[in-house]
Ligand binder design. Structure first.
Ligand SMILES: Cc1ncc(COP(=O)(O)O)c(C=O)c1O
Length: 393
């Protein structure tokens, strides 16, 4: 075997999302892209807002001498200042540029954080359903992942989290708005979680860190607000990116923000900056840093996603599918009409509809529909969704 035994195992369990995406590409070659309904990948369909193009054009007209070189590994100061100025009122804490590191997306930020905080064997506790790439990021840092189920409505089960925390727990990682459920964890549960972490940190005599992964923070519906974890819990960090909120997933630009009150903050920041470099990123893409410094607070048109969500929810509910309406993000996570979610996803695939089984998110019996696609894809897929439902129920 050329690869290590561990990697061999990981390749075979690796992401259902990517597997369905690749299978979709084969179907598209066979049947033509317009005849395949690809809801597999969270790849934004909505174009970046006009402000993005304007900023990019403006930068390309500026004097470019000296701007293509290496920079401080944390990122350009003016970019970090602009991100901090945006986050300060949002979280209501005295965040400065020195608490922000520009990263290669949220994925890059999480890898850096895990590398810096985890000793071998330390546990990262993650509520499920969740984005399963987390497992690999934790493993990259020699940590172990411990999954804890949420309630049936996908809200945080604080008692289960309290029970699961042990002397091995170093990090609790939450993702809100959540991929795959669209659930936003409410204020009371964030408050409750932070109280549990305070108590448990004292019990075990070491800090438990709360990391909040928030790449979908700006994509919320019906007035829902995403509570701040930075505001309520001292040993916390927030991770985010412009992949979804500006539709820049391929540009690999994001950041991490550290609570200024975090204990031993100087050492932690030094570690994070070191690993932003030595994990091989060196720094986040320079051009994108310069662009996003100019357009803080700008987002894609969330109404576009709201409309897609409504078309999808209305169509599926009238067929008889059961689901909770998402508070945010661009995913719907319905119950599979048959017990075996993988078999149901295969039944949809026969109708050229690509979704991802809930098993791929640690939650069998459900499946995920990424509705960041053209309206026509949603509308034209309904016949296949109905046929598969009737066949299964
Ligand atoms: C919950 C979650 N976290 C992190 C990421 C990675 O995002 P990025 O492209 O910013 O690295 C994704 C991507 O789909 C995601 O869904």
């Amino acid at each position: 075997m050329a690869v290590s035994k561990k990697v061999h195992g990981f390749i075979s369990q690796s992401s259902w999302i990517r597997r369905m995406f690749e299978e979709g590409n084969i179907l598209k070659k066979q049947h033509g892209a317009q005849n395949v309904f690809d809801f597999s990948l969270g790849n934004p369909s909505v174009n970046p807002p006009p402000e993005f193009k304007k900023a990019l054009q403006q930068i390309s007209r500026e004097d470019l001498s000296g701007v293509h070189g290496y920079m401080s590994n944390a990122g350009y100061l003016e970019t970090r200042e602009s991100v901090a100025a945006f986050l300060r009122p949002l979280h209501g804490i005295p965040l400065g540029a020195e608490h922000v590191i520009m990263t290669c997306g949220a994925a890059g930020a999480l890898n850096v954080i895990f590398k810096v905080l985890l000793d071998p064997g330390d546990e990262v506790l993650i509520p499920t359903p969740c984005f399963m790439e987390y497992r690999f990021y934790v493993d990259n840092a020699n940590g172990n992942t411990l999954f804890v189920q949420t309630h049936d409505d996908f809200s945080l089960d604080l008692s289960a989290i309290r029970e699961a925390i042990s002397e091995k727990t170093k990090i609790v990682l939450i993702n809100s708005p959540n991929n795959p459920t669209g659930r936003v964890y409410d204020n009371a549960s964030i408050q409750g979680l932070s109280e549990i972490l305070d108590v448990k940190s004292r019990t075990y005599g070491r800090n438990i860190y709360l990391i909040s992964d928030e790449p979908y923070r700006d994509i919320v519906y019906d007035g829902v607000e995403v509570p701040s974890t930075l505001k309520v819990y001292r040993n916390s960090m927030t991770v985010s990116s412009y992949s979804k909120t500006l539709s820049l997933a391929g540009e690999r630009i994001g950041y991490l923000a550290v609570n200024p009150a975090l204990s031993h903050i100087d050492e932690v920041m030094a570690g994070l900056i070191l690993y932003n470099r030595t994990l091989g990123f060196v720094n986040a893409p320079a051009l994108m840093q310069r662009v996003i410094a100019k357009i803080q607070g700008v987002t894609v048109d969330v109404d576009e996603y709201r409309r897609k969500k409504d078309i999808l929810c209305h169509g599926l509910a009238s067929i008889g599918y059961e689901f909770s309406k998402p508070d945010g993000a661009f995913y719907l996570f319905p119950k599979s009409p048959i017990h075996d979610d993988i078999a149901f996803v295969r039944a949809l695939q026969k109708r050229r509809i690509l979704t991802v089984p809930g098993s791929g998110f640690g939650w069998p019996g459900y499946f995920r529909i990424a509705f960041c696609v053209d309206d026509a894809t949603i509308v034209n897929s309904m016949k296949g969704f109905e046929e598969a439902f009737r066949e299964g129920s």
